[in-house]
Ligand binder design. Sequence first.
Ligand SMILES: *[C@@H]1O[C@H](CO)[C@@H](O)[C@H](O)[C@H]1NC(C)=O
Length: 225
Amino acid sequence: MGLYKLFSTNVEIQYKSCLLSKATLFTLITTLLTIILPFLIAHRSRGFWLRTHNFYEHPVIHYPYEYILVAETDDPSQPIVCSEAAVLNQEIFVGEENCVEIQAQEYDFNDDGKADALEFNFHLMIPQERTISSVIAMLALDFQLETVCPLHMQSLAFIQKSFTVPPSGLKYYGDIEFYQTVHLPCLRNIVDKKYNSSLMSYFRSSSENIVDFIMVNYFQRDSML
Ligand SMILES: *[C@@H]1O[C@H](CO)[C@@H](O)[C@H](O)[C@H]1NC(C)=O
């Protein structure tokens, strides 16, 4: 036999206590914790189930005084090579005496302790009978991230310019861009220094072109993960 609902009402029970009592304080604290705790946990864990995350940081860039400058002349067998790099230290180059002066300077415009601009000046003495047809400059850069994903690595800036008419000089202005090809491990308080070895100090066994040699090693570094 089915039952028929005749009437229903909610029973509300109210517990009361004066404003300044231990019970009120307890309720207040637990209420606040219920609201704040999830935020704290989410913040400390950098988000639950986080797969990708972007952040912006002005990196610390220093110039570690390693470079290679190759100036091709109209005689391809006689390039002018200037360098300050371990990979070349054992070798004597034809034309090395033509590298007269090298200056490097770091500028910090807003005084935040991080360099905002780097300036390099190379002065070459070109033999009378030669003209420069192209210039390749490879500059080592020491790159550091400090906040979210501590990272310290050696990187490379590459400048290449060919001339159709004999130049008297080259002025090159550029932004340094950081290409990231893989996710950073982002371990808290652990500096990632996997790539913190000089790019210009590989052991070179063959007599292959120095620029190609460094570039090949640089790009292999990415694929060696
Ligand atoms: C990274 O390498 C540079 C130069 O070799 C060195 O001064 C620095 O201490 C290294 N950084 C770390 C975190 O090991």
